[in-house]
Design a protein around this ligand. Sequence first.
Ligand code: DQA
Length: 142
Amino acid sequence: SDVLLLNGPNLGILGRREPEIYGTDTLDDIERAVGEEVAAQGWGVIAEQHDCEGALIRTIQNSYGTVGAIVNPGALMIAGWSLRDALADYPRPFVEVHLSNVWARESFRHDSVIAPLASGVIVGLGALGYRLAARALTSTVR
Ligand code: DQA
């Protein structure tokens, strides 16, 4: 069984992207951390990052066999309606993660069109949030 780890626009450059906001962990670090967390359950990780909404949607459509997902939609949280619709048809639970505390930032980041569909949302805890999301899936999904 595999968990889908899906990261949206501008998350491929983590590590050097506004490190004072997003921290210094790279996406590789995060993908490895999630792999560690789910390995205890005997699960693997399918990790994908795309800057294009369509590529994210295609990945979701091809991942109905995964046990659950961890999704950081980046700024698509704000108005990514097509991504939202793709997740609405995804048959498994998913956890939404944001590295930064979006409510401590600009008001345009205060709403997520994705969050109403998520099992839970983790914000503001940096890269640790992905580990916590992985733990949430391993302890709730069967
Ligand atoms: C983010 C928060 C979003 O508002 C922003 O557009 C991102 C990253 C986060 O992980 O904190 O790209 O999703």
